[in-house]
Design a protein around this ligand. Sequence first.
Ligand SMILES: [Fe+2]
Length: 353
Amino acid sequence: MINPDQRAAAFIPSAPPVVMDDVYTPDQIDGLLDAVRAGPPRRLLTAELFSSAEELMIATSGSVAEGVTLDQFLDPMFRGDLGQHGASFHPGADAVLYNEKLLNWARRYRKTDYVCARQLHFNVASPMKCQDPGHYDSPSFRGLSHTNTPIWLLSVMANSRLFEEYKSKLVAVVTWFWRTSDQGGFTYWPDGADKAPQRIAAPLWNRGIVAENESMFHRGESIGTPDQWGVPGLTFDSVFEGDPDSASGWRMRSGDTVIGRFATEELRWLFHWTALTFTDYQDFKRHVDHLDDLTHERVIDTLLRDLRGQGIGIATPSDPLHDEEFKMTLLRNYAIGSPKIYPPEAPVYRAAA
Ligand SMILES: [Fe+2]
């Protein structure tokens, strides 16, 4: 029987991450900010991705502790998409999404010629504490991704390691912009969650990392100092948007109430570009022609077989994706541990019950 810490220790990327400076040109950065400004008001990352504390904790590598609520994870970090599935959502994002330099970095990282620009999204945050003990990004599998499968099930699939041959071979270039403080860097565990991390310390501007974030624990560090943390009036319905009263400013809003106004440099920005790669032409055809896709039925059958093989008596659920008891059984049995070692300059704050 594999324990949660052993599961976490097994998350090691296929190649070491590579740190890159001057990822984007000034024009490309302007284009990205234009695309953010043109987009809709953006929601909190936690509100966008999770519907309960349990879902958040399984996805961020914590154990499922009793009594923890989503409210304890209310922090001013917002998320938005600028491109998905190879489609750009704004002309300002084109030069980044279809960037030849980044495509070639992805090729080199995965040692293949077959690459497809897939996704571009951003996170933006004002100073806040880091409660993230380290997480891996939600993976995709042939046939199953966040568009048709709940994130908790994708996490269970990744934690179980029963579906590795179906896992999409993604490469991310995550680029950071935050030079206002020396607090707010990036920690990553390229040798497994039981080993010492590496770190890109703040201040950083236009510095990126080429990495496989679905197979490596990582986290953004606390931003700024405790006296700067938080935004009064923030709720799970708060939004982030361009400030209509300032051509280059930004604001956070709860309903009709503006709760904060910010200059670009008062926020930590992260632009997250993702490419999908294929081993060779055959692998590409398998993917795009759906020659060997997973289905929810195949996944549930495999998980049930695995659990029963471990001696866990479990009935076959009639509606597995909406059966709370079944879901919690999976979350408990395929729980994953957290990294054990943190940089002394960047500790983690854990939500307490
Ligand atoms: Fe991440």
